[in-house]
Ligand binder design. Structure first.
Ligand SMILES: [Zn+2]
Ligand SMILES: [Zn+2]
Length: 335
C-alpha cells in the first residue's frame, strides 16, 4: 500500500476494513456494542465476559477473544480499568483512549464502529417498507395534477402522474417511514431539505468533503421531461461518491439574500417545504445566458421588488442586485 492509498484511522485499506466484519461473531460484537449504546452519551464499555455472554456464550473464550481482538484498533477499542487486566481477556494493555478509564475496563465502539453500525441501522426498518401516493398538497407546476410522494427501497420520489416531471428522486433512508402518512411526508420533506442544503452549501452530507459543482444540460440526464428544465446543478463527492442534482433555485436556498428577500415578502424559505417553492421546483425564473462557460441568471420578483443573482461556471455567485443596486453580504467576502 503506497502513501497515497486511502486508509482508515486503524491503518487498513478500505477492503481490509470491510473484510474484518465478514464474520458472525465480529458482526455480533459490533451490534451488541451498538445495541448497548442507544442514542445517548458516550459509547458504553462492556466487559469481555458481558460481551461474550451477549454475542456467543457457547464459544470458548480464546476463540471469542480472537475475533474480538481482530476488531480492536479498527471498530472497537479496549479501555483499561484501574489496575491492568480487569476485563478477563488475559491482556493487560490497552491501545486506545483512556478518557473513560474511570468507567471500568472493557470494550467500546470506536467512531468507525459507531458510524458503521449507524449506517446499517439507517438502512433497516420494521413493518411495511414502501409507501405510495402520500399527497404533497401541491399541484404540478406544469400540468396541475396533484403531486404525491412514493417511497421505496431508499428512494423518495415525487413524480407527476400527469406529465412525468420528476420533482424529487432522492436517496432517502427508511428512517423517514412512520405509521402516519403525514409524519412520513414531514420526515421526507425535512430530510430532503437537510440533504439538499448540505450539497448546496458545498459539504457532502455523508462524508464532509467538498463536492464538485457544475451546471449540466438536462437533456444529457435520464430524467424525463428535460424540456421542462433549463439547467441543473450537479454536485458530486469525489471522496465517497455521493451526488445530487439540484435546481438553481434549490442551490440558491443557501444564499442569504434569497432568504432575506423572501422573508421581507412574507415567505420563510428556511421552513417551507421545497415542493411549495415554485422558484425551487421550476426554472421559470432561471435564464441561461451562456453555456460555455456557463453563466446562469436567477431573479425573484415580488411586487415592485426584484432580486437578481448571476452564477458563473463554478456555480459561484458573481453578481447580486436588489432593486438594481449591487447587494453584498455584510462581510469582506465577495458575495
Ligand atoms: Zn405534471
Ligand atoms: Zn462524500
Amino acid at each position: 500500500m503506497s502513501e497515497d492509498d486511502p486508509t482508515t484511522y486503524g491503518g487498513l485499506s478500505p477492503v481490509a476494513a470491510l473484510s474484518l466484519v465478514g464474520n458472525d461473531t465480529r458482526a455480533g460484537v459490533l451490534w451488541a456494542l451498538s445495541e448497548a449504546r442507544g442514542s445517548e452519551g458516550d459509547p458504553p464499555v462492556l466487559s469481555f465476559s458481558d460481551l461474550r455472554d451477549r454475542v456467543a456464550p457457547e464459544m470458548p473464550s480464546s476463540q471469542f477473544n480472537y475475533h474480538l481482538q481482530e476488531l480492536v484498533g479498527q471498530y472497537v477499542e479496549r479501555r483499561e480499568g484501574v489496575g491492568g487486566d480487569r476485563d478477563g481477556s488475559g491482556r493487560d494493555g490497552g491501545d486506545a483512549a483512556t478518557l473513560h478509564a474511570d468507567r471500568g475496563a472493557g470494550y467500546a465502539l470506536r467512531s468507525e464502529g459507531t458510524f458503521l453500525t449507524r449506517l446499517v441501522r439507517a438502512g433497516t426498518f420494521t413493518g411495511e417498507g414502501t409507501r405510495e401516493g402520500i399527497p404533497v398538497g401541491v399541484d404540478c407546476y406544469f400540468c396541475d395534477e396533484p403531486l404525491a410522494v412514493t417511497y421505496e427501497h431508499w428512494i423518495a420520489e415525487v413524480q407527476c402522474d400527469g406529465c412525468e416531471h420528476v420533482y424529487d428522486h432522492n436517496f432517502t433512508p427508511p428512517g423517514v417511514l412512520a405509521d402516519d402518512p403525514d409524519a412520513v411526508l414531514a420526515q421526507v420533506a425535512a430530510f430532503n431539505r437537510a440533504h439538499r442544503l448540505a450539497f448546496a452549501r458545498g459539504v457532502c452530507p455523508l462524508c464532509g468533503s467538498e463536492p464538485s459543482a457544475s451546471f449540466v444540460d438536462p437533456a444529457t440526464l435520464p430524467y424525463p421531461r428535460p424540456d421542462h428544465r433549463e439547467v441543473l446543478v450537479h454536485r458530486g463527492c469525489g471522496h465517497c461518491g455521493h451526488l445530487d442534482y439540484l435546481t438553481v433555485g434549490e442551490t440558491l436556498l443557501r444564499d442569504p439574500a434569497v432568504v432575506a428577500f423572501c422573508f421581507a415578502h412574507g415567505e420563510d424559505v428556511t421552513t417551507t417545504r421545497l415542493w411549495e417553492l415554485e422558484f425551487a421546483m421550476t426554472d421559470d425564473v432561471v435564464d441561461v445566458r451562456d453555456r460555455d462557460p456557463w453563466r446562469v441568471a436567477f431573479a425573484l420578483e415580488r411586487g415592485d421588488d426584484r432580486l437578481g443573482i448571476v452564477l458563473d461556471d463554478d456555480v459561484a455567485v458573481v453578481d447580486r442586485t436588489w432593486n438594481g443596486a449591487e447587494h453584498r453580504p455584510p462581510s469582506s467576502d465577495p458575495f
